[in-house]
Write a protein of this length. Structure first.
Lengths: 230, 172
């Protein structure tokens, strides 16, 4: 039986200051991160954040005359721990740009049209198999402000609450076959090619006449099921 | 037998939905039930390497209840705040109790664009013996993890991500 939380693997996790992503050199600490003993405080965690955060619809695409513009997709994402065990009941937050690459956010100054039928944010709960399902549209690429023509590839943001404080996962999911994936400074901060490829969703063969279906897996830190506090 | 590698963390970005960042920074009641304990406010400014404040940075807080318990059904112990345009965040909570070898503290994590991984830090209420505080090197940096109690009773805890007076952050 391993320890509940193992140290991050530098090959499969970003280092902090990343080549091609100038803001990291302004915001990531200059001093080495501190090591600390882990106690009940770090190895416990809020078990019921949904008492504080109300679920928000998992349908971002709308219907009929209120359909968002863009390629309709179904996304089936599974939340598991390092044992591959499903994390049922996990709260998952999702947000992404519209098909033109514009976020619904006052700080987004990108000159692209808003889509009145696209909401852009969801908060859903994983079922007992760890599965969350989303109906949305494929987001567009967009240029990073103040960068030299760095365009982010289409991506979907995920924020996941695992079972303990140190299981918290915030990441981004990418789409297969996108040329911008090759040069993206965020995706390529994951140096291990296999780990990087796992950040790209899989297009399934189950596409219906309505939508393309993508599958994805979100692995949160931690093992051995629900931990007992030390 | 290990079967799955944790997904690579990536930046929250600058466009975390406003409505997700709001409405969760008051821990003093849950579902209309008030928590037991001394109500306090924790506030501070989050700044980057050149001293500029960060707008829409997300902070999440995790703490024990007033008796040092983490499993109090009447106190969730978790909250989230977003910084405003001047970099200021604010939590309303109750002062946590000490427990089993740990001094009173709150855990904080910070998410934002330019941070490829979550940054973890801890706020203490006073310079006390604590295994996490005592682990910080050099020892002279430990005082940066101790909040300043203002005249009005609020606890001020500024967070400098990088540069002079840099806040100690933890890797685990």
């Amino acid at each position: 039986m391993g320890t509940l939380i193992e140290r991050r693997d530098p090959l499969t996790q970003p280092q902090g200051v990343e080549e091609g992503y100038a803001l990291t050199a302004l915001r990531w600490p200059s001093q080495p991160l501190q090591r600390r003993p882990l106690t009940a405080s770090e190895l416990g965690g809020p078990q019921q954040v949904l008492r504080r955060l109300a679920p928000v619809r998992g349908d971002l695409a709308g219907h009929g005359a209120k359909r968002a513009i863009g390629q309709l997709i179904h996304l089936r994402a599974r939340v598991v721990d390092e044992d591959g065990a499903p994390v049922g009941g996990a709260a998952v937050e999702v947000w992404h740009a519209n098909a033109a690459g514009k976020y619904i956010h006052p700080n987004d100054s990108h000159d692209a049209p808003a889509d009145p039928n696209f909401y852009g944010a969801a908060r859903v709960v994983a079922d007992p198999d760890g599965l969350v399902e989303l109906r949305t549209i494929k987001p567009g690429a967009y240029p990073v402000p103040d960068s030299k023509a760095w365009w982010r590839p289409p991506h979907i943001h995920f924020s996941v609450f695992g079972r303990v404080w140190l299981s918290r996962l915030v990441t981004q999911m990418y789409f297969p076959g996108e040329p911008l994936n090759e040069s993206d400074a965020v995706l390529n901060a994951i140096r291990d090619p296999q780990a990087r490829s796992r950040c790209i969703a899989r297009l399934t063969s189950t596409a219906s006449s309505h939508a393309l279906v993508y599958e994805y897996q979100l692995v949160v830190r931690g093992r051995n099921g629900t931990p007992s506090l030390p | 037998m290990k079967r799955a590698v944790p997904t690579g963390e990536m930046t929250l970005g600058p466009f975390f939905p406003r409505e997700f960042g709001q409405g969760a920074n008051d821990l003093t009641s849950i579902e209309g039930v008030k928590a037991k304990g001394e109500i306090i406010e924790i506030t501070g400014r989050v700044t980057q390497g050149d001293g500029a404040p960060l707008d829409n940075a997300i902070l999440e807080l995790w703490q024990a209840d007033a008796e040092g318990r983490f499993d109090d059904p009447l106190f969730l112990g978790w909250g989230r705040a977003a910084t405003d345009a001047s970099g200021v965040y604010r939590f309303r909570t109750i002062r946590p109790g000490a427990y089993a070898g740990r001094a009173a503290h709150v855990n904080l994590l910070i998410l934002f664009s330019g941070l490829m991984r979550q940054l973890q830090t801890v706020m203490f209420f006073e310079d006390a013996r604590d295994p996490v505080l005592d682990a910080v090197q050099p020892a002279s940096a430990r005082s940066r993890l101790v909040a300043v109690k203002e005249k009005d009773g609020t606890y001020r805890f500024d967070i400098r991500l990088r540069g002079e007076g840099e806040t100690p952050f933890f890797d685990d």
